[in-house]
Ligand binder design. Structure first.
Ligand code: DON
Length: 560
């Protein structure tokens, strides 16, 4: 063999790391942060370098994203944090928004019972009670080691002094120009005195800096009481929004047992209700575990068929059974049961079953329940944190709280406003996810940590509404089953099916010509080409951290 090829052969054979045509992920030995904003990832690394742990860093990244990634980073929204500690234990923190106390089942219907999506999707009427500030502070106080003022300081500085807009961020803000100019409070922040931003502009957010300083000084009271609360409530009163002082004061973070299942020798730790994302991920893995995968099968018609048929059953169950488990008896044990997965597996044949012939499974008796942007963090102590947070749509309700400098969420659209009526992600729901005062709207967010021998080997999650669980699942399979290096696992094109509508959506290059032909022969319907998720992942191999940011976005992995 030629000496060069022998060298390559040697490297390929003896490296634990798999080289591909994809760029190398970012390497680190002491810590790694992957988020949708490189500036925010750098903030997290500075906190780790100061001796903070992964939770301190995650909280610092969360506040920094509220400044540097306004499309989804937030203090006006909510999210979920899954933590795996170096002692082998895991937990999850639910800081999802809640429906205001004056909300009611028919609030987005007209007198004839027609759904009014403009009320649930934009403006103050679409906002749930924000949970992010309470959630980040809860995590920090219980599991962090640094004081709040220290982890929030970088965010304050970024808001006050500003930062330089890169091409993609300027483009992202400008894409919503016509929305922002409808609201004077949004126009003040997200336009340059009425005109569009340009790459290279310094983006300063003085009002947001003031709000962050109040939070730094007074903790959660700096947001849920006093000046900021006054501003939120005033704005609601002037616009038909429902959030009151009591709603803000009564907002509660809930620490929950994460949901866990096994998959081919790994443990998968993820978020349970009120997110449905983790349930879909685990249900799908339980089912897919029954298939034999050939290493060469990736994105063949047989592989896509297996995924799609699996997703149809999982999303059908979601439509009936998933909602806030504090309000509705979610049959979690039944849904995650491996025998149940085998029963579904037995129904999957060679041809596509039309979604119209698949209905949510009826379970004989429910056990009373025991119960968008993603960032992944790991520290040198081996603590892993996986956070997905959202204001729902890009730039949420599109309206900034005047004088407080942050965007309100439009999370109320994640409820099922009317049985069978699709929301902005085409998801339908029923009783389990109807609007009720104080209830959390069902989410698809899927912050996940995969373990081997109780140690984190993969930390990941994604935005993308209903496409989140299927995006996360495909990256997990790419990495665990198909042996791709983590950057390749993240980059590779994905497909999506969510039961209704009955069609396979796909990314560029995901379904090649003959594969498409074969899928059609199996009676599948080929849907739309679109972007599916934006995964921010960390893989841990032999004590080295490999960070992979998704090229679909413009984030950054930073390690040291
Ligand atoms: O919680 C959810 O499932 C949605 N509100 C997430 C929205 C989202 O991912 C938007 N990002 N593309």
């Amino acid at each position: 063999m030629h000496i060069f090829f022998r060298g390559v052969f040697f490297v390929l054979l003896f490296s634990s790391f798999v080289f591909t045509q994809h760029p190398d992920p970012v390497r680190g030995k002491n810590g790694m942060i992957v988020s949708a904003s490189k500036i925010a990832s750098e903030v997290g690394i500075q906190i780790l370098k100061k001796g903070g742990n992964a939770i301190d860093a995650a909280v610092a990244v969360g506040f920094a994203l509220a400044v540097t990634y306004p499309a989804a980073g937030n203090i006006g929204g909510g999210g979920f944090m899954v933590i795996h500690f170096n002692n082998g234990k895991s937990t999850s923190i639910d800081f999802r928004e809640k429906a205001p106390m004056y909300s009611h089942e028919k609030m987005y219907l007209d007198s004839n019972g027609n759904f009014l999506p403009h009320l649930s999707q934009e403006g103050e009427t679409s906002s749930g009670v924000p949970g992010s500030v309470a959630g980040l502070i809860y995590a920090l106080e219980k599991y962090g080691t640094l004081p709040l003022r220290e982890v929030i300081k970088p965010a304050i500085k970024l808001a006050e002094k500003g930062f330089i807009l890169d091409y993609r961020l300027a483009q992202s803000i400008n894409a919503f120009y016509s929305d922002f100019i409808k609201y004077p409070s949004s126009m003040k922040i997200f336009t340059k005195n009425g005109s569009k931003f340009e790459e290279g502009d310094r983006f300063i957010q003085k009002d947001l800096a003031k709000t962050l300083k109040l939070i730094s000084k007074k903790g959660r009271d700096g947001f849920y009481k006093g000046e900021v609360a006054d501003k939120i409530v005033n704005q609601m009163r002037n616009s038909g929004g429902l959030i009151t002082y009591e709603d803000l004061e009564n907002y509660k973070v809930v620490e929950r047992e994460p949901i866990i299942s096994t998959f081919k020798g790994y443990k998968v730790v993820t978020m349970g209700p009120p997110s449905g994302g983790g349930v879909i991920l685990l249900q799908s893995l339980n089912l897919l575990e029954n298939f034999e995968f050939n290493k060469d099968e990736w994105n063949s018609s047989s592989y896509i068929h297996k995924l799609v048929e699996t997703f149809k059953y999982a999303y059908a169950d979601r439509s009936k059974h998933l909602g806030d488990s504090d309000f509705y008896p979610v049959p979690l044990i039944e849904l995650l049961n491996k025998d149940y997965a085998q029963r579904i597996f037995a129904q999957i044949g060679e041809y596509a079953t039309p979604s119209s012939q698949i209905s949510p499974t009826e379970f004989p008796k429910y056990d009373e329940s025991q119960e968008t942007t993603h960032y992944s963090v790991i520290d040198k102590f081996g603590n892993a944190v996986s956070v997905t947070t959202t204001i729902n749509s890009a730039y949420g309700a599109k309206v900034v709280v005047d004088g407080a400098g942050f965007l309100l969420n439009n999370e109320m659209d994640d409820f099922s406003a009317k049985p069978g009526e699709p929301n902005q992600f085409g998801l339908t729901g029923s009783e389990a996810n109807k609007i009720e005062p104080g209830k959390r709207m069902l989410s698809s967010m899927t912050p996940t940590i995969v373990l081997k021998d109780d140690k984190a080997v993969l930390i990941l999650g994604s935005p993308g509404g209903s496409t989140i669980p299927t995006a996360v699942l495909q990256v997990v399979l790419n990495y665990l089953v198909f042996g791709m290096q983590v950057q390749a696992a993240v980059n590779s094109p994905r497909i999506h099916h969510q039961w209704l509508p009955d069609r396979i959506d796909f990314e560029d290059q995901a379904i090649l010509y003959d594969v498409k032909e074969n899928l059609i022969k199996k009676n599948h319907v080929i849907g739309e080409k679109r972007i599916l998720g934006r995964v921010e992942a960390i893989a841990i191999e032999n004590g080295i951290f490999y960070g992979a940011t998704d090229p679909r976005g413009y984030g950054g992995a930073v390690g040291y």
